[in-house]
Design a binder for this molecule. Structure first.
Ligand SMILES: [Zn+2]
Length: 425
């Protein structure tokens, strides 16, 4: 058992931060939280305490939509919309992952940077290359971090070097599952790239395997207007874009993450709610690709779950704190553009999306409640602003989210284990 003392903040519900100023968290030897206290119970008074002093202790981040093989393109190639951007910049970079050495170098750097930015778990797109994808899974496992790893399925409208087939994807998926069998926190996720890249044959196979092995699903949905028109042409029998996944068993039949949803409304929103399909809001990506503003308030009002994703390299930064900040800011633009009809998001709402809501895809993760994994960050916010610290812990966290960066994250824990940035693979 370990006892940690700090200024503790978390969001067990979206509407407010729960704060324990100078509070205590007890964590068992499996990394599971046993209690959170304002004052240490008398029976524990003689036990050693790891005291983080005046620092903040918060749940670690969960990035629920990120493309590991696009890491090298982060921060460049922002001059196109989705479809030409994929063809011009993204697919040529992903083709390089046929080379295992290149893949290993990029994936090592990617996982370390994710860790540096305070993200302990992620839902990740790899590429269609099985060996590179296995390497990505191994890297997360060796680092001690959590991940859902997606071997991408795509068999049309893509470069020849990147496509697989229904049968090659299925057999590669078996190999991937075997290689992950002993990994405690790294699991597979069924990952059709998006409808324009996937024939009915591969979608059918992916849906069957998701259901058979009870695997979660991730993909892209209603991101860009041109894309939506293309999907209507490709899948004319579908009532909406979401229905094109649904008819193949890839829309809530197992836990499902759908990134973007900038134009989701009507039938599609109803289907998402009925099937408990979760939106991954990626506001940095939506800005950079000029896609639109996902109506997150409308999703929340409809009872649809929302989590956050960095979506690099359409997103330009791996920090989920930056993504939170963008999520609030774009919701304020939407509030103004809708004449106040869609109230903007609050900081506690976006913090909840990044922690407890995203964490639910990994089990009991993302909150400091009894029974949850101790995934945590220690924040030293001294020196963020030369006027000194606000007295209120919630304002200190707010200032860190807006003005802080990875230099202010001084400890990182994933299920109780401290994760070091100096790990050698
Ligand atoms: Zn994406």
């Amino acid at each position: 058992m370990r006892i940690y003392k700090a200024n503790i903040l978390h969001t067990p519900s979206p509407n407010h931060f729960e704060v324990y100023q100078g509070g205590y968290i007890t964590v068992d030897d499996n990394g599971i939280i046993q209690g959170v206290y304002e004052v240490l119970p008398t029976e524990m008074e003689d036990m050693p305490v790891v005291d983080f002093g005046e620092r903040l202790l918060i749940p670690a981040m969960n990035d629920m939509h990120v493309h590991a093989p696009q890491y090298a393109n982060m921060g460049i190639a922002m001059d196109m919309e989705l479809i030409p951007w994929l063809n011009t910049y993204t697919f040529p970079e992903e083709e390089k992952f046929a080379d295992e050495q290149y893949a290993k170098a990029v994936y090592d750097a990617f996982v370390k940077e994710l860790c540096r930015q305070g993200t302990m778990r992620a839902a990740v797109f790899a590429t269609t290359h099985i060996h590179a994808t296995q390497c990505l899974a191994k890297t997360f496992d060796e680092m001690g971090m959590g991940a859902l790893i997606g071997l991408v399925g795509m068999d049309r409208h893509s470069p020849e070097e990147l496509v697989n087939t229904a049968s090659s994807w299925a057999s590669d998926m078996q190999s991937l599952m075997q290689s992950m069998a002993d990994m405690a926190k790294v699991k597979p996720i069924v990952t059709p790239r998006f409808i324009p890249s996937c024939t009915p044959a591969i979608l059918q196979t992916m849906g069957t395997i998701a259901t058979q092995f009870k695997l979660p699903v991730q993909s892209h949905l209603s991101e860009n207007k041109q894309e939506i028109i293309w999907v209507q042409q490709l899948e004319p029998q579908s009532t909406c874009y979401g229905d094109a996944y649904h008819r193949y068993g890839l829309f809530g039949q197992t836990p499902t993450l759908m990134a973007h949803c900038c134009y989701t409304d009507g039938e599609e929103l109803k289907l998402m709610h009925a099937n408990d399909v979760c939106v991954v809001h990626c506001p940095t990506s939506n800005c950079n690709l000029a896609s639109g503003i996902a109506p997150v308030r409308k999703f929340l009002q409809a009872g649809v779950r929302v989590v956050l994703g960095s979506d690099i390299a359409a997103g330009h930064h791996l920090s989920i704190f930056r993504v939170m900040q963008y999520a609030v800011q774009v919701s304020k633009l939407q509030y103004a553009l809708s004449d106040g009809k869609l109230p903007f998001l609050t900081l506690s709402e976006v913090f909840y999306m990044a922690t407890k809501a995203g964490g639910s895809f990994f089990g009991k993760v993302g909150s400091f409640e009894v029974g949850y994994a101790f995934d945590a960050l220690v924040i030293d916010d001294m020196g963020i602003h030369d006027v000194g610290l606000p007295t209120d812990c919630q304002q200190r966290l707010e200032r860190f989210i807006y003005l802080g960066d990875d230099r202010h994250i001084v400890h990182r824990f994933c299920q109780g284990k401290e994760i070091s940035l100096n790990s050698q693979f």
